[in-house]
Design a protein around this ligand. Structure first.
Ligand code: NAD
Ligand code: ISE
Length: 335
């Protein structure tokens, strides 16, 4: 493999464009040589100077000069793209959600396990965020005792303009909170309940907000507020209550403005601003591993775990009760 990792990016929507920007302009040791999108105009518009443009992701994956792939298409398209990358033996960074059903997740894991080595990193960027890493270090340090509860707040100002379905608060948004709960508490999710509070009148056809309760295998409980249309900004909060103290994510630094309306600080507009450094870091680590022909960081197994939680949450909306999450035995490649 060359010194400069030659990558192709599939999906040139909001996050595809943002990742192309960081790969082409911010990070070193990597070059975007091709992009693909079913929307040809969008792909052309997003392509860095000199990069080839495809409308077929498979053709990009098959291209001989492409050493690694970044998947930023919609969740339901990810399975096909991941299986094609595994078949081609190419490391792949795949945005969350890895897939949108348990059956698809099992097919991806089986294919990667059969390949005999990790090729997939999932875009759970919170694991690379300095604030979350410090919070985990405090919990792991043990001075506060065992974690008993985790309160997670996940607020979006508005829903994205592209594909958006009624299932997305659970299979697209909740997956971040599920993954970070597993990461922070070093625990697995054993069951899920969902409660639907009074509905916000701001979204015409939107069932928002959503309240989720995750039952961890240890007995710890995790409550998650998901708001996808809360107007004021992108607000991510987290606090862990332990036996002998609590630890929480800090307030983000922002200029304090005092004027005739009072004192205020701006809230990030969306995930691009809040997690800008975390996305850069997840790709730094991905590039190093991809150059070695493998993957580190959040794995397909983590993608599978989050998918199971999303499936259980969707069932819990229907049943109104506690839905179990039962994970299979972990294949050896996931450690
Ligand atoms: P988007 O709608 O803005 O863009 C998706 C793009 O993928 C569109 O241009 C669409 O034409 C293209 N596409 C769809 N299916 C395709 C296929 N089979 N082949 C090629 N192109 C295809 O959506 P987005 O906001 O950029 O989200 C894309 C993915 O990234 C989603 O899975 C989303 O959950 C994830 N995402 C992650 C984060 C994060 O914080 N990690 C943030 C935003 C989005
Ligand atoms: C989006 O797809 C993301 O992944 C963001 O990180 C998340 O906060 C948002 O809710 C999703 O729509």
């Amino acid at each position: 493999m060359s010194d400069t990792l030659k990558v192709g990016v599939i999906g040139t929507g909001m996050i595809g464009r943002d990742h192309i920007r960081r790969l082409a302009q911010v990070l070193s040791g990597v070059e975007v040589v091709a992009v693909a999108d079913i929307d040809a105009a969008r792909a052309k518009d997003a392509a860095p100077l000199g990069a080839r443009v495809y409308t077929d992701g498979q053709a990009l994956i098959d291209a001989a000069d492409i050493e690694a792939v970044v998947v930023c298409s919609w969740g339901p398209a990810h399975e096909t793209e991941l299986l094609a990358c595994i078949a081609a033996g190419k490391p792949v960074f795949c945005e969350k959600p890895m897939v949108t059903s348990e059956a698809a997740a099992l097919r991806v894991i089986a294919a990667e396990a059969a390949a005999g080595r990790r090729l997939i990193q999932i875009g759970f960027m919170r694991r690379f965020d300095a604030d979350y890493r410090r919070l985990k270090a405090v919990i792991d340090g043990g001075s506060l005792g065992a974690p008993l509860m985790y309160h997670s707040v996940h607020r979006n100002a508005s829903v994205p303009k592209g594909l958006y379905t009624s299932e997305m608060p659970l299979n697209d948004t909740l997956v971040h909170d599920a993954d970070i709960a597993r990461f922070l508490l070093s625990d697995e999710i054993a069951g899920v309940e969902v409660r639907l509070p009074r509905r916000s009148t701001r979204g015409k056809d939107l069932r928002d907000p959503t309240f989720v309760l995750l039952h961890m295998a240890s007995g710890a409980l995790v409550d998650v507020e998901i708001s996808v249309n809360i107007a004021y900004g992108y607000d991510i909060r987290g606090e862990v209550s332990c036996e002998a103290g609590v630890a929480r994510l800090p307030e983000r630094p922002a200029t304090v403005v005092r004027d005739a309306h009072g004192v205020r600080q701006a809230v990030p507009e969306d995930w691009r601003e809040r997690f800008i450094d975390a996305y850069d870091q997840e790709f730094r680590e991905w590039i190093v591993a991809a150059k070695a022909g493998t993957a580190t960081g959040p794995s397909a197994w983590d993608g599978y775990a989050a998918t199971l939680v999303a499936d259980a949450a969707l069932r819990a909306v229907e049943s109104g009760g506690l839905e179990a999450v039962a994970m299979r035995d972990k294949p050896a490649i996931y450690g």
